[in-house]
Ligand binder design. Structure first.
Ligand SMILES: [Fe+2]
Ligand SMILES: [Fe+2]
Length: 311
């Protein structure tokens, strides 16, 4: 890195620290404010829940579907933040005796992810109060973290960058504009989005820094790790989609035909793949950086692995 590039990099970390200080919020004082989740409103917007793909559902059932998926949406963020935070703390080691602004930026990143996990645990408690019994989050955060953190840092940072970019995209494109959502649920993701905006900048910086350390063969192996991670995410989604479809059917209070039950399960899985895999991969910001770091042959490997999930 040239001196000019190093100065520019430090400036980026500094901007992230300043923005983090400016937007910082408190779970109770700024977000929850003694409110409850009101089951009269939707949680997840239609553009993410894809609820319109189930035309046989009544208006009330569509709202219930949005709440089931919105509950999982908050829980899965809390889940991925466990491994994201551990990886951020790990890569911060490189800055301990180096750029202290970079270190501060990553310490704030970690502190925010710890707070977000607490926020999402609170959202789960509020969702449990507002919704019937029987919901279950199937994956366990530490078990997922053990699998993810067993892969190369390059691949974990790629997955993290992907997740944090789609967080921003979902808020801006779908959540912000939907007037039919629970005010509290929407506020949770407004505040989350504000802090995640800095995380994306830091993901990009750290991913590039890690990339510069790798040989061509190490990077090629890391691409394989990234493909395996996306596959692991899909495994989590398949299990959760089955559980959430069953929960939705159980609380609907009416009988669905076999074909309708299958359509519900398929639509929930499609929605989860859209939310956690496809909408992020399709986003220009992520693809732009990814294709800059990998070869066309590696890009083809990734596209080939993703193809079955896009159908
Ligand atoms: Fe977060
Ligand atoms: Fe984050």
């Amino acid at each position: 890195m040239t001196t000019a590039q190093a100065i520019e990099t430090t400036k980026r970390y500094a901007r992230s620290v300043q923005a983090s200080k400016r937007v910082r919020w408190d779970i109770d004082a700024d977000v929850i404010r003694e409110r409850k989740l009101d089951p009269a409103y939707k949680f997840l917007p239609d553009g993410l829940s894809l609820v319109d793909e189930l035309p046989f559902l009544t208006k009330d059932e569509k709202r219930s579907m949005s709440q089931v998926q919105g509950r999982t949406y908050a829980n899965l963020f809390g889940l991925v933040e466990r491994f994201i935070n551990a990886k951020v703390l790990e890569v911060s080691r490189d800055h301990w005796f180096g750029d202290q602004t970079a270190l501060e930026a990553l310490v704030r990143f970690s502190d925010e992810e710890l707070k977000h996990q607490e926020l999402f645990r609170r959202v789960e408690q509020l969702a449990a109060e507002a919704m019937p019994l029987g919901y279950q989050l199937m994956a366990e955060p530490n078990a997922v973290a053990a699998v993810v953190l067993g892969k190369s840092t390059w691949a974990v940072l790629a997955l993290t960058c992907h997740i944090e970019i789609f967080t921003l995209v979902h808020y801006r494109k779908s959540i912000e504009a939907d007037a039919g959502l629970s005010e509290l649920w929407k506020d949770v993701f407004l505040h989350h989005w504000r802090e995640e905006s800095q995380h994306v900048l830091l993901d990009e910086l750290e991913w590039r820094r890690e990339d510069a350390k790798l040989s061509a063969s190490e990077r090629d192996a890391a691409v394989g790790d990234f493909i395996e991670l996306v596959g692991a995410v899909d495994g989590i989604l398949q299990v959760q989609a089955r559980a959430d479809a069953a929960y939705f059917i159980a609380i609907a209070g009416r009988t669905f035909s076999e074909a309708q039950r299958e359509a519900i399960a398929a639509a929930v899985l499609k929605a989860y793949r859209w939310q956690y895999i496809v909408s992020g991969v399709q986003e220009g910001r992520f693809l732009g950086l990814l294709t800059e770091l990998i070869t066309p042959a590696q890009a083809e490997r990734i596209t080939g692995a993703l193809a079955p999930l896009l159908s």
